[in-house]
Design a protein around this ligand. Structure first.
Ligand code: NAI
Length: 647
């Protein structure tokens, strides 16, 4: 357990650099233009030295060279600092002291500034360390260069001296600060914990080496105290600046007229649900979806990296469709947002359309129907056949291809297939030797492959010429798979008898845009506007599938089916609360988190970790009595991306 806490003074206890304030006062005496230039130099010196890129002694000399400093400048800065101490700092310090913690203040600033503040906070003079001014009359010449805090490693030197004196005993030691010299105390193994305080400055290089990151003083209390210490009623009451977190009612926004059943499902599960018919622009998303925990969308709403960074309250994204191109998956991943879609909810719809088209093509229904509409009576049976006993060749025996095989086999066809992967044939379906084998043996060839460099243009002039004379070709997979000009030639020359095409290399972006294809007006060709998966049942399946995934994530943290994050599904343990922790996938995070728990005597009831790429996902179940404390700790672990508690 942490017993001793060393606080950096500048930009931690006070919201500024003490020496900078003194020099800023001194610079008031010179011309504005020159002053601005010197203030800029002053900031640069502070940043360079705090990042450990300049020796402290050199920084002192450079700073003192910027202005003529008087003791009055120091006094004025000290008074200003004393007036502006943040009440939360005072409350936290006194809460830590009343729980038996030994507190120290280390500062490279002047004693005249540091000591009054430490006294005001109740930190004893013997625990306060700062630099001593060297002055002549009213003029400040510099600092006493023989004292350790004049040197870059001065804070380490003092911490080591305290340790050797036996003044850092009774438990672990922690350092709170934002500088290289604060981090160095932990790196030299004098402290076991370094907490980066990201109040006034941003120092990513220091931050990434921290154990915890906080931006308010009150966030320190749960990191340094055990649950018993926190609930110790005899200790001074701690005023928490932000209200205690209650379990939130999830806020759901559904866009683009997602099937009503999704809305009903969320409402049944006590979620606040808004359902809109339209898609939202990036600007609308950033302003109107600020409080959303879940956004459900289809293909039109674009979730860019910029939009995702505007939505800090988001937990997950539901793509109520097949594709996820409209979402910046890298940004979603790096923000700890699982993306759920419905890749196979319209499989049956596509398979049924293909089965129907096989009959329509072999009976030349489209031709005869168009003629009938124009008052012609094409009753003849010439070129019209039953499908029973014919051979269907399926290219791509995945979800859709295998469903098509079942339907066609049940209609009396014999079915063969070609697939690059090893697939178990269903029913009496047979695997063909290769693509050539399927093309030469089939009366109808139907394509069900994904869009890959290998499948683009896989059916061209040569492949079509291998097909049986009078055969049929169907494509409801991806537009680039067939060369449509070659198909048109083969149809016009009557090498093949008909085709059905649902997907095209270029498809209109919206219903009113014109559509052009080389297959238009070619006899016995069915052209459909990418409707293979467009049925009410498919929409309902998608809606049910994605909303169930989202609800499981909301209620248990399960990420099974997420396209971008590690997949975890851990049953809930009665009497526990669950913490979901997305973190940067760097070596040793789990060991670090477990040692954080062990040091605070926190007993974990269950946990599971999975990592994928840049992100790790840890699910931890802890006793409900201590979950708020564990949640507070995990929020501030330096590698944390997102954390949520399920009560
Ligand atoms: P899937 O991934 O389950 O199956 C694809 C199969 O193709 C796999 O078995 C794979 O091994 C195989 N394959 C990949 N490359 C191949 C190659 N070069 N030669 C032979 N086989 C190859 O995909 P699913 O769900 O069956 O979808 C198939 C296609 O249908 C996809 O392109 C999808 O985009 C499209 N689709 C079209 C719809 C529409 O409205 N028309 C609706 C839904 C899907």
């Amino acid at each position: 357990m942490i017993r001793n806490i060393i606080f950096d003074f500048d930009s931690t206890i006070i919201n500024a650099e003490g020496i900078e304030l003194v020099i800023q006062n001194a610079l008031q005496k010179i011309e504005e233009k020159e002053r601005d230039d010197k203030l800029k130099q002053l900031r640069e010196i502070t940043n360079t030295v705090t990042n450990g890129e300049m020796p402290l002694s050199e920084a002192f000399h450079k700073r003192f060279a910027l202005a003529e400093i008087t003791l009055a400048d120091v006094k004025a800065a000290a008074e200003k600092i004393l007036e502006t101490i943040n009440p939360t700092v005072k409350e936290t310090i006194s809460a830590l002291q009343s729980r038996g913690k030994s507190l120290f203040v280390f500062s490279t600033s002047f004693e005249q500034i540091v000591k009054p503040v430490a006294k005001e906070l109740g930190i004893s003079e013997e625990n306060t360390f700062a630099n001593r001014i060297r002055a002549q009359g009213n003029q400040v010449l510099g600092v006493n260069e023989k004292r350790p805090l004049f040197m870059s490693m001065g804070k380490v030197y003092i911490a080591e001296w305290l340790k050797n004196e036996g003044r850092l005993e009774g438990g672990d030691t922690a350092v709170v600060g934002d500088g290289f010299s604060d981090l160095a105390i932990r790196k030299n193994n004098i402290a076991q914990t370094f907490v980066y305080f990201s109040g006034a400055n941003s120092r990513p290089n220091i931050k990434k080496q921290a154990d915890f990151v906080v931006d308010r003083f009150d966030q320190l209390l749960p990191l340094f105290c055990s649950t018993e210490e926190l609930s110790n009623e005899s200790a001074e009451a701690f005023v928490i600046s932000s209200p205690p977190e209650k379990e939130k009612i999830p806020q759901i926004i559904l866009l683009e007229n997602i099937h009503q059943s999704a809305k009903n499902r969320f409402i049944q599960s006590a979620c606040n649900t808004e359902h809109y018919k339209v898609s939202w622009s990036e600007k609308e998303l950033c302003t109107l979806a600020e409080n959303a925990n879940i956004i459900g969308l289809r293909s039109k709403t674009k979730l860019t990296a910029g939009v995702i960074s505007c939505l800090p309250n988001l937990w997950a994204i539901g793509a109520f469709c097949i594709g996820t191109n409209q979402i910046d998956l890298t940004a979603a991943t790096n923000s700890g947002l699982p993306v759920f879609n419905a890749p196979y909810s319209n499989t049956r719809s596509v398979a049924e359309l293909v089965a129907g088209e096989v009959i329509m093509l072999m009976r030349r229904v489209i031709e005869k129907s168009s003629a009938a509409h124009q008052g012609k009576w094409l009753k003849g049976a010439s070129g019209c056949t039953e499908i029973r006993g014919k051979t269907a060749g399926i290219i791509g025996y995945g979800h859709i291809g295998s469903q098509v095989s079942i339907l066609l086999e049940n209609l009396g066809m014999s079915v063969i297939f070609h697939d690059i992967a090893d697939k178990l044939p269903l029913g009496n379906v047979r695997r063909a030797k290769d693509l050539h084998d399927v093309l030469t043996r089939s009366d109808v060839v139907t394509l069900h492959v994904p869009d890959t460099p290998e499948t683009r243009g896989m059916i061209g002039k040569k492949e079509i010429s291998m097909m049986k004379t009078g055969a049929f070709l169907i494509n409801a997979s991806r537009g680039q798979v067939i060369d449509l000009e070659s198909l048109r030639d083969a149809l016009i020359k009557k090498c093949i008898s008909g085709a059905a095409v649902d997907v095209f290399p270029e498809e209109p972006a919206e219903p009113k845009a014109p559509f052009h294809s080389p297959l238009q007006n070619v006899p016995n060709v069915i052209l459909t506007p990418h409707i293979g998966g467009s049925t009410q049942e498919a929409q309902e399946n998608i809606s049910r599938y994605v909303s169930e995934k989202l609800l499981r994530f909301i209620n248990t943290g399960a990420t099974i089916g997420a396209v971008n994050l590690p997949e975890i599904d851990l049953p809930r343990v009665p009497g526990t609360h669950r913490i979901l922790h997305f973190h940067k996938n760097v070596p040793g995070v789990l060991a670090k988190i477990n040692s954080v728990f062990a040091r605070r005597d926190i007993n974990v009831e269950g946990q599971i970790l999975q990592a994928r790429g840049t992100v790790g996902y840890l699910v931890v179940d802890v006793d409900s009595q201590i979950s708020a404390h564990v949640f507070d700790i995990m929020k501030h672990i330096a590698e944390t991306i997102k954390v949520r508690r399920i009560i």
